[in-house]
Design a protein around this ligand. Structure first.
Ligand SMILES: [Zn+2]
Length: 346
């Protein structure tokens, strides 16, 4: 499937292919849900099928049989496609079923070894997401990038290229997929919404609220994210008003980062209404903010922001949230602001 907001990136790639300037390593970047994976699959099909992505030759069928959503969610570090010269490397699922945060060096080694030293036909290795490689993994990949193999293309997908070492960046050709606010994408979005829901919906507005990421817009619309968000917010306020509610936080599980962001929003909102001496429409928030001191709110906002940025590291996010929750549960009657110990080491 070709998405209208991929057009520019595709043109750039097509030019490389046409002029036979396809590099040994390609970095495809863009924010989450912008469609990097679909983009990559289209590219792979274009490169491997001899009949312009015919959709029915042996290779196209092999690619079609790569059920990336289910197969690749298996706990495997390296996986071969149904087309033998195509391999994927991604973070593993851990025992609790969530995705591990980093790609380890042994995975990258296995990945590089799985790519043959020589290949008669084009071999392709895909790493997603390359910005999840830890330092050792990145160094290990660098060695392979420094000695390009013939007939080999390595494709790195990344959400945040600033998390990749410059040594890797400098060895890749870069293709970036931008967020989109054009009419064609808004029309695509509209076409994906069923008529019942469509109503008076302004698809451009929806696209803007999702920061120009059409699939994110659809997800916001269809999913129960807003309901979930509401229930986190309610529980957070209940916890601040009666600390024993802290035992009911199982609804936060696997949503720790979103819950931290929800708390961040609550505290920001609280500081605003306290500063302006306004009341919020949210009565529970008024009650909490009335009793909490400015100092403690600012301190907790700092700590929440810190927890959010630490969540990008290997720190246990559940522990971060638990620590923040303990302080939050006492925010209305804190004497002295406590130092959160799990932050100190960082
Ligand atoms: Zn084909």
């Amino acid at each position: 499937m070709m998405f209208p907001w991929h057009k520019k990136a595709i043109e750039k790639l097509d030019k490389m292919i046409e002029q036979k300037l396809l590099p040994h390593a390609l970095l495809i970047s863009g924010v989450e849900k912008i469609g990097k994976f679909d983009f990559t699959q289209n590219l792979i099909q274009k490169l491997l099928c001899s009949d312009s992505s015919c959709d029915h030759c042996e290779i196209c069928n092999a690619l079609k049989n790569d059920d990336l959503l289910s197969d690749l969610d298996q706990s495997v570090s390296i996986r071969r496609s149904h087309y033998p010269n195509l391999i994927y490397c991604r973070a593993e699922l851990n025992d609790s079923g969530s995705m591990s945060k980093d790609i380890r060096v042994d995975q990258i080694r296995a990945f590089c070894e799985s790519l043959g030293k020589t290949a008669d036909t084009l071999q392709i290795g895909v790493i997603f997401y390359a910005d999840q490689m830890n330092n050792n993994a990145a160094n290990s990949l660098l060695k392979t990038l420094e000695e390009p193999r013939e007939n080999t293309l390595i494709i790195l997908l990344a959400h945040h290229i600033d998390r990749l070492p410059t040594t890797i960046l400098s060895r890749c050709q870069k293709i970036h997929i931008n967020p989109t606010y054009d009419d064609e994408s808004a029309q695509w979005l509209e076409s994906q919404i069923d008529e019942g829901t469509r109503g008076d919906l302004d698809s451009m507005q929806l696209l803007e609220s999702a920061h120009g990421v059409p699939h994110k817009a659809l997800e916001d619309l269809n999913g129960d994210y807003f309901l979930q968000y509401q229930s986190w917010q309610n529980l957070l306020l209940e916890i601040a008003l009666s600390p024993t509610k802290i035992s009911e936080t199982e609804i936060f599980t696997d949503h720790e980062l979103d819950v931290l962001k929800c708390l961040q929003h609550l505290i920001n909102e609280g500081i605003k209404i306290k500063t302006l001496k306004h009341d919020s429409a949210n009565l529970d928030l008024n009650k909490v903010i009335e009793k909490a001191s400015f100092n403690h709110l600012f301190n907790l906002l700092d700590d929440t922001n810190r927890a959010i940025s630490l969540s990008q590291t290997t720190v246990n996010i559940k522990l971060l949230l638990d620590n923040v929750m303990v302080v939050w549960s006492h925010i209305t009657n804190l004497k002295k602001y406590p130092a959160i110990t799990s932050f100190q080491e960082h």
